[in-house]
Design a protein around this ligand. Structure first.
Ligand SMILES: Cc1ncc(COP(=O)(O)O)c(C=O)c1O
Length: 446
């Protein structure tokens, strides 16, 4: 380093790293760019935040609270833990996720800071800069945020609203190239609220198996499915495809702030022996998630009463029904009935709203005029839709539905056209929803 005064830096400007510079969260940047001024006479109803705790209407299971209190009073969990997590906590996760066809044990589990930590670690472990991963569209934005900041490219495969958001497998397969390192799937889905059938999961697995690729299964909404549907983990149906499943307490247990996540290594054909070492290495960068929550894990996963899960799901499912039945009768909207998770996607027939340039514009005006904030699906790389969150208190759901409907009735300009279901939509035809699973089954049986 030169000490020549002419070569010394003059100012105090410190540059950020390339990695920081390339870190981009589309939700933040789109929402921060919106002018969100609610109507002065109407209380704001935020249907945008995927945090089930914000309204205080969904109580935590007492077991969870007691388990964490016990961690504190025991005074044994204040020190560093092994970087992949305590063995008993990892075993608890292994017991929780194991099925008769996919048995794992503590050595297959890495505990992480939230499911986000799990996703970041598996993406970093599987792909090098310049390689690519396949991710869903519409999809949770973190996959791209993490990948791009690591110099990994993303390619989007399409989910099909008219098929309850199943993957367009042909299009997905066409995207695979020599640089593809992994495929990310999300089931149940944020933002779609879809739950893949066993048959569809098997089809996805055989497509992926042909290319000998590993799957990153984002299963943060595991078991979070409505009455008529059944949850299958990808690992439980995989004979050949190695799967890194990412999960956590966040959604099912309604504790996003606890930041408790995990990776479950579901190896097949010993394909992941190197990756296993890679994950172990990466875990030494942070040294595991919060020890108090880790220590509470066995009790939380084992002792939470079944009634907690069913009550939470019933509440959310009922909200989904209210949203769907109102919005499908609303001119120019095309809701897709969810099957699980906490969200519903609603299509906007933009031709019928010529005064709005985009879903961002539409949702912004909905705030200005009705104080209802829905997330524009441009945030999920899927324009002309918006997403509503289903964990909102019931009275707010009813009120929000009325306000959305009023807004649409004011701005709707009737047009004659074919909607996404292939049906002609004429003036006054307000039954625009994508078919529910039951309706499709009934159609098929005709
Ligand atoms: C699909 C999906 N994956 C992962 C996450 C991140 O979960 P966590 O808060 O545990 O990091 C979320 C959170 O909203 C999500 O919706």
């Amino acid at each position: 380093m030169s000490t020549d005064p002419r070569k010394l830096k003059k100012g105090w400007k410190v540059a950020m790293s390339k990695m920081a510079e390339s870190t981009f969260n589309p939700i933040r940047s789109i929402v921060d760019g919106m002018t969100l001024i609610p109507h002065p006479d109407k209380a704001m109803i935020a249907l945008s935040i995927g945090d089930p705790t914000v309204f205080g209407n969904l109580p935590l299971p007492v077991t969870c609270e007691e388990a964490v209190q016990e961690s504190i009073t025991k005074r044994s969990y204040n020190g560093y833990c092994p970087s992949v997590g305590y063995t008993e906590s990892r075993q608890a996760v292994a017991d929780y996720v194991s099925t008769p066809t996919s048995q794992v044990d503590a050595s297959d589990v890495v505990l992480t800071s939230g499911c986000s930590g799990a996703l970041e670690m598996v993406i970093a472990c599987l792909a090098d800069p310049g390689q690519n991963i396949l991710i869903p569209r519409p999809g949770f934005s973190l996959y791209k945020t993490v990948a791009v900041s690591l110099g990994i490219r993303v390619k989007h495969y399409d989910l099909l609203p008219e098929r309850s958001w199943e993957i367009d497998l042909q299009q997905m397969e066409n995207l695979i190239d020599d640089d593809t390192a992994a495929i990310v799937v999300c089931n149940p889905s944020n933002p779609c609220g879809s739950v893949f059938s066993e048959e569809h999961i098997r089809d996805i697995l055989s497509t992926v198996a042909r290319h000998r690729l590993p799957l990153i299964a984002d299963e943060i909404y595991e078991h979070f499915v409505f009455n008529d549907y059944k949850y299958h983990s990808f690992a439980s149906l995989s004979e050949d495809v190695p799967i890194l499943a990412c999960g956590g307490l966040t959604k099912r247990y309604l504790v996003p702030g606890w930041r408790m996540g995990w990776i479950v290594i579901n190896d097949r054909h010993d394909a992941l022996s190197e990756v296993r070492i890679g994950l172990q290495k990466l875990s030494t960068r942070i040294l595991g998630p919060n020890t108090l929550i880790q220590a509470a894990l066995p009790r939380i996963l084992r002792d939470t009463p079944e009634s907690f899960y069913t009550e939470t799901l019933d509440y959310i499912q009922e909200n989904a029904r209210v949203f769907y039945s109102t919005l499908r009768e609303t001119p120019g909207l095309q809701p897709v009935m969810p099957q699980g998770a906490m969200y519903m996607m609603v299509g906007i027939d933009m031709e019928s709203y010529p005064e709005f340039k985009s879903d961002v514009d539409f949702t912004q005006r909905l705030v200005t005029e009705e104080s209802v904030f829905c997330l524009p699906a441009t945030c999920f790389e899927y324009p002309n839709f918006f997403r509503v969150v289903l964990t909102v208190p019931k009275d707010k759901v009813v009120e929000a539905c009325q306000r959305i409907r009023q807004f649409c009735e004011i701005h709707f300009q009737p047009t004659l056209h074919i909607n996404r279901n292939g049906c002609p939509v004429t003036d006054g035809n307000h039954h625009n929803g994508y078919h529910t699973g039951e309706e499709l089954a009934a159609e098929a049986g005709k």
